[in-house]
Design a protein. Structure first.
Length: 252
């Protein structure tokens, strides 16, 4: 049986904190140690970014001409727009209150994933950027937590994305280690013996979305969750494997 366990007692994370040690302590207080084979620890992007010092003081940001023009068009803070431009490789859509970009990691997302919510009290003039290498950070957490494991343990770094043509946000994986983030089923057969031609499973995204049932999207203050009872497929690839290359974009 699959179960989802919220980790509710983590402190406010600051730059330089030993996130693995804090997560280990929270797992212990929740009675979830030792970790078991198939366990997946889902860590929200915010606490990882905070620990890695990705907080930016907006007062120190000097908007360039492009940022000023885009800010006027989108009705956004020009300093925030400057950060969005620095973190992106392309502007996908700019309209009043909307700025969608292709992030340097390949994700197509609002505001290059830069956030100003739930980043800590008194931090309204700061913004939080995505981690530099979320797959690498996930690998580091797997290694740090491996001593507490009775088997193969995985880590997923989650964020919240909107989706084209649908309202609402869902959890997605921007980083993963210890599991195949993308499972290729092409060549397998369905129950009628027909060959699967295009089926690929975004397993890490499914896990990230499941975790948001307990981590939430607002003031829940649950920045991580352990999912237990999964039967993980063999193999490993990071969340970067899920990102569709720009040359395969059918909507440009």
């Amino acid at each position: 049986m699959i179960s989802i366990h919220p980790l509710c007692d983590l402190p406010e994370i600051a730059a330089g904190d030993d996130l693995a040690a804090l997560l280990r302590g929270s797992l212990a207080s929740a009675g979830l140690l030792p970790l078991k084979a198939g366990d997946v620890l889902v860590v929200t992007q915010k606490i990882l970014s905070k620990a890695e010092g990705r907080m930016i003081d907006l007062a120190a940001v000097e908007p360039g001409a492009e940022a000023v023009e885009l800010a006027a068009r989108t009705r956004k803070d020009a300093r925030l727009v400057e950060l969005v431009l620095q973190e992106s490789v392309a502007i996908v859509r700019a309209a009043p209150h909307v700025l969608i970009t292709r992030h340097r990691l390949g994700h197509v997302m609002a505001n290059s994933g830069i956030d100003r919510s739930n980043i800590g009290p008194g931090e309204s003039e700061r913004a939080l950027l995505l981690p530099v290498d979320p797959d690498g950070s996930a690998r580091q957490l797997v290694e740090a937590l491996s001593a507490d494991s009775g088997g193969r343990v995985a880590v997923v770094i989650s964020d919240s994305f909107g989706r084209p043509w649908r309202y609402g946000v869902v959890g997605v994986a921007i980083g993963a280690a210890g599991l195949p983030a993308l499972v290729d089923r092409r060549g397998d057969q369905d129950r009628d013996g027909r060959r699967l031609e295009v089926t690929q499973i975004a397993l890490a995204d499914q896990i990230a979305t499941a975790a948001t049932l307990v981590t939430g999207e607002g003031a829940e203050s649950v920045p991580a969750a352990l999912i237990r009872g999964l039967s993980l497929p063999e193999g490993e690839n990071g969340a970067a494997a899920i990102v569709r290359p720009a040359e395969e974009d059918l909507f440009r």
